[in-house]
Each structure stands twice: as structure tokens, then as C-alpha cells.
Write a protein that binds this ligand. Structure first.
Ligand SMILES: CC(=O)N[C@H]1[C@@H](OP(=O)(O)OP(=O)(O)OC[C@H]2O[C@@H](n3ccc(=O)[nH]c3=O)[C@H](O)[C@@H]2O)O[C@H](CO)[C@@H](O)[C@@H]1O[C@H](C)C(=O)N[C@@H](C)C(=O)N[C@H](CCC(=O)O)C(=O)O
Ligand SMILES: Nc1ncnc2c1ncn2[C@@H]1O[C@H](COP(=O)(O)OP(=O)(O)OP(=O)(O)O)[C@@H](O)[C@H]1O
Ligand SMILES: N[C@H](CCC[C@H](N)C(=O)O)C(=O)O
Ligand SMILES: [Mg+2]
Length: 480
């Protein structure tokens, strides 16, 4: 695929220069590329301009203050946004309907549910986010929850090529703040919830909130539905942002104005939902997933699909047939005495709280939780997660998550500050094997924090590791 520089930037110098690709990482430049030199939190991409030109870059995009560029040079006061718009023009196709979903927790689950509901209604659908892009022809790795704009547009173009008409994608606060989504034409925007996370990156909760609000305030367009969780404390902020952009609000939740739950009746392997859609009472439907938070994510997906044209019968049918999302309240197996083991991706205080509260009604004996916190990420959530575990579980085992470049023992110490009576077993595999061997009839074990992950990041290396495989092996050994 190629285009001319003037197709990307109408006023560019040397507009007939042929562009073969683009990147913000000099290490990925190939001949004919546009290199976007971006100022980052660690380094300044301008330093790599000579290197990029040496590798064949024929055009440079940068902010103001970068001089002596020897190839075509485009200067923009917001180069990250300019890169996103250039990526959109370069790949120039995307599924007709794209919804972006933001929130601290539940994005991956919600976009996956949207894909499933659309597919069951006969549409070619896709989801994109932490679990990669999933479309009719399988899985595409995208690296991040909201990848860089070049990857976003390359992937959206590929999904369009596969015939996808409906795509739901995750909008992380990093992605929103860094303009990664600015080139996507959105048919709807959605807000799930807002609780503590990422205070390593956003210095305050206010800054974190305003990054999330960008989805409505800056990427929203008049007439595009804004789906809002009415139960969130921040729903007024998002509704005000929607009104400011003349976006019709579709609100959902226990307190939803459009789609609301009146009652949830838990069952052994699911829950019966009693729903209303725009004042019309619906037949009770059995959602084949447990946990109130999963019901609320399913409701969010339902509200999105309803806003984008499905009727309530199609949506109810989709909800009744939802399959679990990998690593989200995933049932892994039972011990010989019947104690259940779940793997979940809870990695925030609120996530851990709702997870443990969801499992409690299914636990006649002790509720045990194994978890840790990731390194090089929000340190302020560590003692809070410790406190929540101590409050909600009967037995807490603090272990390692992805220590990354931090000292793993120091991370555990910070978690243990919130749960001083917890056990500490640093080696995650050993923690899982030890606790599974101890489980008694009626107990439930929840292994939280790594969900679908298949590696453990120690230093800069990724070591193969799966909570599911480790637990299954231990369950096998226990039954032997
Ligand atoms: C904290 C963060 O989001 N950092 C992102 C940000 O990096 P930065 O601007 O700080 O980059 P930097 O390291 O200072 O470098 C500045 C520029 O020089 C470039 N560079 C650097 C070195 C070199 O040799 N050549 C070169 O060109 C870099 O590509 C970059 O464009 O911009 C870079 C692209 O320009 C991203 O790759 C990078 O994501 C890093 C890899 C990352 O790990 N991000 C995570 C935390 C993230 O985005 N997570 C979110 C949320 C997760 C969730 O809630 O689930 C996600 O959406 O995944
Ligand atoms: N609606 C919710 N409210 C609170 N916690 C939730 C909710 N939905 C999911 N969680 C918790 O968050 C975990 C991660 O869920 P999911 O992957 O869907 O969220 P995410 O927003 O995509 O996370 P990430 O920020 O890593 O992309 C779940 O395993 C669960 O523990
Ligand atoms: N998207 C989240 C995932 C955290 C998962 C947890 N296992 C960790 O490594 O902290 C983040 O990067 O902050
Ligand atoms: Mg996610």
C-alpha cells in the first residue's frame, strides 16, 4: 500500500513524495516511511530523526521546535493527533460501525459481548482491545488495549477487508490522552465506570477522569449515541459531556433510564435477569455467566447494540447465548471434594472487590484469593487491594503478578501493608499449588490479576506462565 504525502497532509512540502508506511518508532522505519518524531515521557523522538532518515524515512512529522530536517517536514502543534489522522487517511477504510468503550474495568468483557451479540444477530462483527482484535478470520495481536494509531487503522482496514460491519473497541485512558483514537470515525461512545487505577501515569484522579472524558468531549459527534452507566458516580460528568456535543444519551444499569435491571436471581451457573427496555418489561432471561459485574457488562453491551440498531429480541437472544471471556471469572475446575477454582483479571481495587463479592454467594466454605500487583504500575492501589482482599476473603495469599523492573518482594510488602495477616508466597506457581492442595469441600479459590496472560514479566523478560494451566496441573495432581 502506498500514497502520496499530499494525500496525508494537503499542505505538505514535496507533496508528491511516495509514502509506503508510517511509524512513531525509529526502530520500525522502512524505506519510504513517514517517521513521526514524538516527545514522550522517557525520551524525545526528535533525537531519532537522523537514524530514521538513515533507514529510509522520506518524511518527518514533528511538533514545533525541531529544525534541520533534510527530508519533507510536516510540523503540527499536536503531532500525535496529526499522526492518527494521517494513519486514517493512509489505511482509509474501517468497519461502517465502530463503538469505543471506556471505563476502568469491564472494557474487554463489554467489547467481546458486543461482538458476540452482533454475530448471533447475523452480522460480521469484531472486537479490539487487551485480548487483541477478534474478527471473522480469527485473532490479530495488537499489543495494547488501545494500540498506537497506525496499528489501530491497519487493523480496522483489515477487519473491513474481512467484511466486518460492526466493531467494538476499547478506549484506554492512555490511548485517549495520547490521541491514539483521534482518527477513528465513531458511531457510538460508551462509558462503564471510573475507579482508581493508573495513578503512575495520570498524576491525579481528576487527570485520569479528564483523559476518559476526552472520548465524549472531543471524539464524540452530534447525533452519535452516548451510552452511559447510570450507576457510576461519574455518570453526570459523562452525560454533561454528551449533551455538550449534542449526543443522545442511552443510560443503562440498576438506575438506567433506557435499559435497566429490576432484579437479578443468581443460579448455579448463571443468573436470571429481569430487564426493562424503554419502559417495556422484558421476559426474564438467563444469562449464562455468574457475578453481578458480568451482568452489568452484558447490560452495557446490550445498550450499545440496541443504540446501534438491533431490536430487543435480537439482543435478548444474544445475551442468553453469551460465552465467557477468557480469564474473566473463568471456571478452571474443581477438586475431588468439589471446591471450585476460578481465574480472573481483577487488577484494580474495585475489580477485586466486585470479584470477591460475586464469588461469595457461590461459596459455602472458605473464600480464598491468590493475587499480587504489577510492577511499574500504580503503586497506590497496592495496599488498597490488600485491604479489600482481607475484608472480602477468608484466606489471602499475596504472590507476584508481573514484577517488571521493580523488586518483587517490595511490591508484596506494599500489598501486605493492607492485609498484614495474609500469607506471602512469592512464587505464583507455588502459591497456586499450595492453596489447591489445601482446598476443602465448599471452598472457592480465586486466582486474580493475570486473567488471559500467558507470561510473567520479570525484569524485561517474559517467562511462559498461565494461571489456568498451573491450576489445572495442580487439580490433576490433587485428584491423582
Ligand atoms: C506510558 C505510555 O503509554 N507510553 C507510550 C508512549 O510512550 P512515550 O511517549 O512515553 O515514549 P518514549 O519512550 O518517551 O519515546 C518517545 C518517542 O520516541 C520513540 N522512540 C524511542 C526509542 C527509539 O529508539 N526510537 C524511537 O523512535 C518512541 O516510539 C516514542 O514515539 O507512546 C509510545 C508511542 O509513541 C507508546 O509505545 C508507549 O506505550 C508503552 C509501550 C506502554 O507500555 N504503554 C502502556 C502503559 C499503555 O499504553 N497501556 C494502556 C492502558 C492499559 C489498560 O488500562 O488496560 C493501553 O492502552 O494498553
Ligand atoms: N463492571 C465492572 N465493575 C468492576 N469490576 C469489573 C467490571 N467488569 C470487570 N471487572 C473486573 O475487572 C477485570 C478485568 O475486566 P476486563 O478485562 O473486562 O476490564 P478492562 O477494562 O478491559 O481492563 P484493562 O484496563 O486491563 O483493559 C475483571 O476480571 C473483573 O475482575
Ligand atoms: N492493562 C493493565 C493490566 C494489568 C495486569 C496486571 N497483570 C499487571 O501486570 O499489572 C495495565 O497494564 O495496567
Ligand atoms: Mg481490557
Amino acid at each position: 500500500m502506498t500514497c502520496k504525502l499530499k494525500d496525508l497532509f494537503p499542505d505538505a512540502p514535496d507533496g508528491d513524495t511516495v509514502i509506503t508506511g508510517m511509524t512513531a518508532d525509529s526502530r520500525r522505519v522502512k524505506p519510504g516511511y513517514l517517521f513521526a518524531a514524538l516527545k514522550g515521557s522517557v525520551t524525545d523522538g526528535s533525537k531519532f530523526i537522523p537514524d530514521a532518515i538513515g533507514k529510509g524515512a522520506v518524511a518527518i512529522l514533528s511538533g514545533e521546535g525541531t529544525d534541520n530536517v533534510t527530508v519533507a517536514h510536516i510540523v503540527d502543534e499536536e503531532p500525535r493527533r496529526a499522526l492518527a489522522l494521517a494513519a486514517k487517511r493512509f489505511y482509509h477504510s474501517q468497519p461502517e460501525t465502530v463503538v469505543a468503550v471506556t471505563g476502568t474495568n469491564g472494557k474487554s468483557s463489554t467489547v467481546d459481548f458486543c461482538r458476540q451479540i452482533w454475530a448471533r444477530a447475523g452480522m460480521k462483527s469484531a472486537s479490539m482491545g487487551t485480548l487483541g482484535a477478534v474478527g471473522p478470520e480469527g485473532h490479530i495481536d495488537v499489543g495494547h488495549t488501545t494500540p498506537d494509531p497506525v496499528t489501530i487503522h491497519e487493523t480496522l482496514a483489515e477487519l473491513a477487508r474481512q467484511g466486518v460491519t460492526h466493531c467494538a473497541m476499547e478506549a484506554s485512558s492512555h490511548g485517549l490522552e495520547q490521541h491514539r483514537l483521534d482518527g477513528v470515525d465513531l458511531s457510538a461512545v460508551a462509558f462503564l465506570n471510573f475507579t482508581q487505577d493508573h495513578l503512575d501515569y495520570h498524576s491525579t484522579m481528576e487527570e485520569y477522569l479528564s483523559a476518559k472524558l476526552r472520548l465524549f468531549r472531543e471524539l464524540g459527534r452530534p447525533g452519535v449515541p452516548a451510552i452511559v452507566n447510570a450507576d457510576s458516580e461519574q455518570c453526570n460528568d459523562f452525560e454533561a459531556a454528551a449533551l455538550g456535543k449534542q449526543m443522545p444519551i442511552v443510560s443503562f444499569g440498576w438506575r438506567g433510564e433506557d435499559l435497566w435491571i429490576d432484579e437479578i436471581m443468581p443460579r448455579a451457573t448463571g443468573q436470571v435477569l429481569h430487564l426493562y427496555w424503554r419502559d417495556v418489561e422484558q421476559k426474564p432471561l438467563e444469562l449464562p455467566l455468574i457475578g453481578e459485574f458480568q451482568a452489568l457488562n452484558a447490560l452495557a453491551a446490550a445498550a450499545i447494540c440496541l443504540s446501534l440498531g438491533l431490536n430487543i429480541d435480537q439482543v435478548a437472544d444474544g445475551l442468553a447465548h453469551l460465552e465467557p471471556v477468557k480469564g474473566r471469572m473463568e471456571f478452571v475446575g474443581k477438586t475431588g471434594s468439589g471446591a471450585a477454582v476460578f481465574v480472573d483479571y481483577a487488577h484494580t481495587p474495585d475489580g477485586l472487590d466486585v470479584l470477591l463479592r460475586a464469588v461469595r454467594p457461590h461459596t459455602a466454605g472458605d473464600l480464598k484469593v491468590i493475587f499480587g500487583c504489577g510492577g511499574d504500575r500504580d503503586a497506590r492501589k497496592r495496599p488498597l487491594m490488600g485491604e479489600i482482599a482481607a475484608r472480602q476473603a477468608d484466606d489471602v495469599i499475596v504472590t507476584d503478578d508481573n514484577p517488571r523492573t521493580e523488586d518483587a518482594a517490595e511490591i508484596r510488602k506494599q500489598v501486605l501493608a493492607g492485609c498484614p495477616d495474609a500469607r506471602e508466597i512469592g512464587d505464583r506457581g507455588e502459591a497456586i499449588r499450595t492453596v489447591i492442595a489445601e482446598l476443602k469441600k465448599g471452598d472457592t479459590l480465586v486466582i486474580a490479576g493475570k486473567g488471559h496472560e500467558t507470561g510473567q514479566i520479570i525484569g524485561k523478560e517474559i517467562h511462559p506462565f498461565s494461571d489456568q494451566d498451573t491450576a489445572r496441573d495442580a487439580l490433576g495432581a490433587e485428584g491423582a
